[in-house]
Unconditional design. Structure first.
Length: 118
């Protein structure tokens, strides 16, 4: 069982930056694939970024490539999403997810709100 708690969301102006954190419980965190998803009002949840274990491979949604960076610190059981050059269309609730199989996620956090003003 893995429990995920996101933090770091907030209100930022367009062009600004935020860093989201996702703290995971469990001693086997380092063996999980981790990802960030987001859900904007009235839209379906969508994939944002993924990182393999032990952390060598990353994959991003096209619209965030070059602006967002996913990383993980296995010693701290934490995965991060560094978001730069934020746009109003990045406004959403951001969710952390974990899974034992690549691109298949069993565990989800409660989400953290990111609002980008124009």
């Amino acid at each position: 069982q893995v429990q995920l708690v996101e933090s770091g969301g907030g209100l930022v102006q367009a062009g600004g930056s935020l860093r989201l954190s996702c703290a995971a419980s469990g001693r086997t965190f380092s063996t999980y694939f981790m990802a960030w998803f987001r859900q904007a009002p009235g839209k379906e949840r969508e994939f944002v970024a993924h990182i393999s274990w032990p952390g060598g491979l990353t994959y991003y949604k096209d619209s965030v490539k070059g602006r967002f960076t996913i990383s993980r610190d296995n010693a701290k059981n934490t995965v991060y999403l560094e978001m730069n050059s934020l746009k109003p269309e990045d406004t959403a609730v951001y969710y952390c997810a974990a899974g034992k199989v690549a691109l298949s996620y069993e565990y989800w956090g409660q989400g953290t709100q990111v609002t980008v003003s124009s």
